[in-house]
Design a protein around this ligand. Structure first.
Ligand code: URA
Length: 427
């Protein structure tokens, strides 16, 4: 079959800061999915997009073409509103775990398609797989049945949803082209629009542990995604939230599940509770319930009830003991003072090197590995007091994890201002 366009011409357009036509974009995504465009050509095009950008029309068409590469799900037969949340990824970001059951308490269905961790940011599926018996892969029918019965499901996206993105994302990951706003926005929004959620709340992370290192870039990414969502009929809002320090007191798999269960039991670290409640309020408002009180549903056990049913429905035992790492080492404060910095990226890399994350898609993760924090920025500490505990099954992993943490924690004689967790709301 003769092809409509020549790939080299298309790369040249973007290399020379030109604009791709809608037909060129449709063909590019389709031809790459069919294997007509080679990985090295797509890598060159991605790099040209990263360096030279895309205009609004190009991003919108690129997203639509990625949606069209696969199936679209439809939850309209459920007879209840649907709402979803997506985070751009961070360190210690376990918010999906308490959030999905919490929102379902109010009769809003939460179809949460999640991913695995790659690099220093953790993956929701890896965390939940620390629960003995829990299963990430569900068929579309199983997902629908669980949404109708329990109201919340966290599972892997099926192979049929935005297959172009699966190929593109794997390529971007190994060609240093993840951090391009048009590519991130189209990747996330193609999956969310194809999933068919009625409303969507985006948590766009800003800081050392996030893809977006400064507020201006994060704002542009958030605005781009909100526009794409609204144009597709999905009621979309975005929060910009701080990722310069880890969320909560844990970064890993089993230890993040444990912390999420504490939040569902009405306790847990204040930053995790604050963000969970803020995102739940926004999801419920977007689904037509502006007066719902999610904080009360965490305190009185209603969210915990849905969590237990959600885990059981996917084969997990909510009462099972979680795996514990075989080895641990503690890092202590070097002086008396106030902890003024605890760097998210360093903690994320340390947790990853301890075995909580994977370097390649096919690697296994250690359920018990990670970093447990004993202090957060703003806390007063004494010399010799434990700052963090490193956890792994593999003794040899401590050395490189400790290297990642050099300079990560700063103890100062005087307190410094703590930036707010929620920086802005765009909607
Ligand atoms: N998450 C995604 O799904 N895609 C990206 O490009 C970045 C984060």
């Amino acid at each position: 079959m003769s092809e409509r366009f020549d790939t080299v011409d298309i790369i040249r357009v973007k290399r020379d800061r030109g604009t791709l036509s809608p037909e060129q974009i449709d063909w590019t995504i389709d031809a790459y999915t069919r294997g007509v465009i080679a990985d090295e050509q797509m890598a060159a095009l991605n790099m040209a997009i990263l360096l030279n950008g895309m205009n609004r029309e190009e991003i919108s068409r690129w997203t639509a073409a990625m949606i069209a590469s696969g199936e679209r799900m439809d939850f309209s037969s459920l007879g209840k509103p649907t709402s979803d949340k997506h985070s751009t990824g961070g360190v210690g970001d376990k918010i999906t775990l308490p959030l999905a059951p919490l929102v379902a308490v109010f009769g809003v269905a939460v179809p949460q398609l999640s991913g695995r961790g790659l690099g220093h940011t953790g993956g929701t599926l890896d965390k939940l797989e620390a629960i003995p018996g829990w299963r990430a892969a569900l068929s579309n029918d199983e997902m629908m049945a669980q949404l109708a019965d329990v109201g919340a499901v966290i599972c892997a996206a099926g192979a049929g949803l935005a297959p172009a993105d699966k190929k593109l994302y794997a390529l971007r990951d190994v060609t240093a082209t993840v951090e391009a706003i048009p590519l991130i926005a189209s990747s996330i929004m193609s999956k969310k629009i194809a999933e068919g959620t009625g409303s969507l709340v985006l948590d766009v992370k800003v800081g050392s542990g996030a893809f977006m290192k400064n507020v201006d870039d994060a704002r542009e990414l958030a605005q781009t995604m909100v526009t794409l969502g609204k144009d597709a009929g999905v009621n979309t809002v975005a929060f910009l939230t701080n990722m310069s320090t880890p969320l909560g007191l844990t970064a890993g798999n089993a230890i993040e599940v444990q912390e999420s269960v504490e939040v569902l039991a009405g306790g847990g670290p204040s930053d995790v509770v604050e963000l969970t409640v803020a995102l739940a309020k926004e999801m419920l408002a977007a689904a037509g319930q502006p007066d719902a009180d999610p904080a009360a549903a965490l305190k009185d056990g209603r969210a915990m009830d849905v969590w237990r049913r959600m885990i059981s429905a996917q084969g997990g035992d909510p009462d099972a003991e979680l795996p514990v790492a075989k080895e641990s080492e503690t890092i202590v404060a070097s002086a008396d003072g106030v902890l003024t910095k605890l760097d998210a990226l360093s903690v994320g890399v340390a947790a990853w090197r301890l075995g909580a994350g994977r370097a390649r898609k096919e690697d296994a993760v250690q359920a018990g590995a990670g970093v447990r924090l004993h202090a957060k920025p703003g806390d007063t500490v004494k010399a010799g007091q434990p700052l963090m505990t490193l956890l792994t099954d593999t003794q040899e992993k401590f050395e490189r994890a400790k290297e990642a943490l050099e300079g990560a924690a700063v103890v100062s004689p005087q307190a410094a201002g703590i930036p707010p967790l929620i920086i802005d709301r765009i909607g």
